[in-house]
Ligand binder design. Structure first.
Ligand code: PLP
Length: 404
């Protein structure tokens, strides 16, 4: 096929800032190919050819733009993805990673070496990384409970520390005041990093609330189809630079093919999240007055302790909720086993609905006393509400509860 010689330009116009997120993310592309494909080709390459040594030296020494080696992050498919991620989070820059844990560890190494203060409940992998690996390396780590954010100022004992949190948190959906935490962190000479995985950038943009770094497991809502393992960090150019250094030298880059697949997922993120929000709300409401259910934890329910705060700092309440079954561990397991549409699986954020019992999965390695200290009971089931018809999901839960 002959190349389209009338192609307007090799680089398409950038999406404009006044356009909405859905428009901008769908039209986020850096290259127009000669065949007229609406989207960029996938650059499956580790290296790049130069016409001569002088041009290679120009790129290495920063005198000219150009790609050198994919592990360093210089790859058109990866750069295009990162441009999309930054656009979604309304911030200057983004970095893509091979997993959420890769993104988290690069941030902690880059910004947490003077000490890390964690506020509230953390993802199990993050907890393990901090307690089993970073503390033994000599990095001071303090863990504050969700309701102990008032102790933050005292915990910031030296300049240049990192405050780290998740909101909404797993699996209690606890909401932290990001604006307030950012102010306290900055007053104590620290930066604030927020794991924004549960909310997604459509529902919450921590950097616009004052946080310095926003981190995602892109294996969840960003990927959205339970078929991609990836991660992301969003921040200003200044805060991103040291994270990029760690990514390069720890070798945490994702494959260009995965980057292209994730870019494709991002084009439907706004519409997917809208439906996740709607479906989760419908399920939460239907479960709220079911006799076999003790409590429903969902930021969208007016009776939820963090509801007011969530309404203030979020644009939507998300696709994850936790229900507490009367009778405890065995009864909850029975409900999980009785479900037909909800798949019994860890993870979240995919088009398909998932159910998991925190005490048996994500919080299995933690003692019962410790779980209770964090408000996690054995009767809890975490639901990742997918994009099936909401009435079918409600009916599935009702039949599973009805067979107790
Ligand atoms: C899944 C998850 C992670 C880890 O992400 P991976 O892509 O599995 O490495 C981190 N934080 C939260 C809140 C998560 O849900």
């Amino acid at each position: 096929m002959p190349p389209d010689s009338k192609a307007k330009s090799a680089i398409t116009p950038e999406p404009r800032p006044e356009q909405g997120t859905a428009t901008r993310i769908i039209h986020n592309r850096r290259h127009r190919d000669s065949f007229g494909s609406p989207y960029s080709p996938v650059y499956n390459t580790t290296t790049y050819r130069f016409p001569d040594t002088a041009s290679l030296e120009d790129v290495i020494e920063g005198r000219a733009p150009g790609n050198l080696y994919t592990r360093w992050g210089s790859n058109p498919s990866i750069c295009e993805l990162e441009q999309g991620l930054a656009c979604l989070e309304h911030c200057e820059q983004a970095l893509a990673f091979a997993s959420g844990m890769a993104a988290i560890s690069a941030c902690l190494f880059a910004h947490g070496r003077n000490g890390i203060v964690c506020v509230g409940d953390l993802y199990g992998g993050t907890q393990e990384l901090l307690a089993r690996h970073l503390q033994p390396l000599g990095i001071p780590v303090t863990f504050l409970l969700h309701n102990e954010s008032g102790l933050l100022a005292d915990a910031l004992t030296r300049p240049g520390m990192l405050v780290y949190c998740e909101s909404p948190a797993n699996p209690t959906l606890g909401i932290l005041d990001i604006r307030e935490l950012a102010q306290s962190a900055h007053a104590g000479g620290a930066l604030l990093a927020v794991d924004n995985t549960f909310a997604s950038p459509i529902n919450q943009r921590p950097i616009t609330l004052g946080a310095d770094l926003s981190i995602h497991s892109a294996s969840k809502f960003l990927g959205g189809h339970s078929d991609i393992t990836a991660g992301a960090v969003m921040a200003s150019e200044e805060r991103i630079r040291p994270v990029a250094e760690w990514r390069k030298n720890l070798g945490q880059i994702l494959a260009p093919e995965t980057a292209a697949l994730l870019s494709r997922s991002l084009r439907t993120l706004p519409v997917r999240i809208k439906q996740h929000n709607e479906n989760a709300m419908a399920v939460a409401r239907a479960m709220a007055d079911h006799p076999a259910i003790k409590r429903v934890l969902y930021p969208g329910l007016p009776g939820f302790p963090g509801h007011g705060l969530a309404a203030k700092q979020m644009d939507g309440f998300g696709g994850v909720l936790t229900i507490e079954i009367e009778g405890g561990r065995e009864q909850a397991a029975k409900v999980a086993d009785n479900l037909e549409i909800f798949l019994l699986a860890t993870s979240l954020g995919g088009v398909e609905s998932l159910v998991s019992q925190p005490c048996a999965t994500s919080h299995h390695g933690i003692s019962r006393e410790e779980r209770e200290r964090h408000g996690i009971s054995d009767g809890m089931l975490r639901l990742s509400v997918g994009l099936e018809d909401a009435r079918d999901l409600v009916a599935d839960l009702q039949q599973a509860l009805g067979r107790l």
